[in-house]
Design a protein around this ligand. Structure first.
Ligand SMILES: C[S@@+](CC[C@H](N)C(=O)[O-])C[C@H]1O[C@@H](n2cnc3c(N)ncnc32)[C@H](O)[C@@H]1O
Length: 404
């Protein structure tokens, strides 16, 4: 076949694939994506490859604006820090240390954190898996940062005793440690099952005391018995990370603090460890639902104190008050009725309030939220919310309207 003809075929094929991928990226349902490919007559193995590529592009875009140019594995991407979280971390590090000339990224994965660090500083990045570190190298080139980073492929458990490595990290004054949160049975929230385990931090302290460790959001914070601050971070209303801050990253050298932060607003509160004596009351004009980072970090009393609110129950993370408070830390609902949670009563109240479109929430009580709409229905044009929860230890249903 003449070369010109081969070129034309390749160009046509390129545009065809490009259009197909664009179409798949716009299709939310995975089954629909598959049937589009089947209709195009693409063979089975290729379908799996294309579906994987599209999955990585869609998920990657949620974490990295340049995802379309980056390389990921499913696992590498799932465990990678998003650009927004990684940048928050480097912003904090820069505020805590006067100068960050050199940092060490232990377990760099596909490079989510290395990118944010190498944008500002010189980085040594360690990763044991060959394919993963190759992806990290590629991703670093996507951001034109290869000059700022020195990759070391190897097992950190061994490198920590290797003279050449220790020489390389001699000037490091900041370490970020993001161990793999995978155990034999799958994901783990137990910090000593991480690879390497959290206790490895004690070895890293010989390189620098200033360490930030990323741990799973599912971790029981009260099991962390290290000399460090604990920070829970949410992004756009979802808890994304828990970080442990050691050395000069701590708020106060002599004590350990618990912090909750909300991104992208960068609002942080530090838990007040004294007894705050927050009053309890029936739901008032407004019900307030704290951002999940503040719930996870047990900062409900702190929020109540900060905004002059009451608890509706000592064990429930809802606050109440008569004042209209505008803050990204609290979702606000307008309270319409507080009832015993009997379905008929709720239904007639909903109709009285002209509420036809409904959402449901449950906190501190067991309710089958998937099927509750079969039993609870109102009539009307208004939009509302039924919250099943405890008020002063009694099960109650609180009918609210959105107060946007
Ligand atoms: C949670 S991921 C890191 C994610 C990374 N911070 C990012 O944003 O892309 C953990 C990584 O640690 C690596 N790892 C696990 N054990 C290691 C070890 N002993 N030495 C070096 N790397 C290790 C895994 O291969 C995995 O890529």
């Amino acid at each position: 076949m003449p070369i010109a003809k081969i070129y034309i075929i390749l160009i046509v094929l390129f545009f065809y694939m490009d259009e197909l991928i664009k179409k798949l990226l716009k299709t939310r349902d995975v089954c629909k994506r598959r049937s589009i490919l089947e209709k195009e007559g693409i063979d089975k193995d290729e379908i799996e490859e294309i579906l994987n590529l599209v999955h990585l592009q869609i998920k990657g875009k949620l974490k990295f604006p340049r995802a379309n140019l980056m390389k990921f594995s499913r696992e590498g991407l799932a465990q990678a820090s998003s650009k927004y979280l990684a940048e928050y971390r480097t912003w904090k590090i820069r505020n805590k240390l006067d100068e960050v000339p050199n940092c060490l990224d232990v377990c760099c994965g596909i490079g989510g954190d290395s990118i944010a660090m190498a944008t500002r500083w010189k980085v040594v990045a360690v990763e044991k898996d060959k394919d993963t570190i190759d992806m990290a190298k590629h991703n670093m080139r996507v951001y034109n940062l290869e000059k700022n980073i020195d990759f070391v492929q190897g097992d950190i458990n061994k490198l920590i005793e290797d003279r050449n490595f220790l020489d390389k990290v001699r000037n490091v004054n900041c370490i970020f440690f993001d161990p793999a949160r995978r155990a034999k049975e799958g994901r783990t929230v137990k910090v000593e099952e991480y690879a390497p385990p959290l206790s490895f931090v004690e070895k890293l302290q010989a390189i620098s005391p200033n360490i930030c460790v990323k741990i799973s959001p599912g971790t029981d914070l009260y099991r962390i018995k290290y000399d460090c601050d604990i920070e829970v971070v949410s992004y756009k209303g979802e808890v994304k990370e828990v970080m442990l801050w050691f050395g000069n990253f701590k708020e106060k050298p002599e004590s350990n603090q618990i912090l909750a932060s909300k991104l992208p607003e960068k609002i942080t509160l530090i838990k007040d460890k004294s007894k705050l004596n927050v009053l309890q009351s029936e739901p008032k004009k407004y019900l307030y639902e704290p951002d999940p980072a503040f719930i996870k970090a047990h900062l409900i009393d702190d929020l109540a104190k900060e905004f002059g609110l009451n608890l509706i129950d000592t064990k429930i993370a809802y606050l109440t008050g008569n004042e209209k408070i505008e803050t990204p830390l609290l979702n606000r609902y307008s309270v319409k009725r507080v009832l015993n949670p009997a379905f008929e009563k709720i239904n007639s109240s909903l109709s009285e309030l002209n509420i036809g479109r409904l959402d449901f929430k449950a906190r501190g009580v067991k309710v089958d939220l998937h099927n509750i709409h079969r039993k609870i229905r109102g009539k009307g044009r208004n939009e509302g919310l039924v919250i099943f929860t405890k008020v002063n230890r009694e099960n109650q249903a609180i009918i609210c309207m959105y107060d946007r």
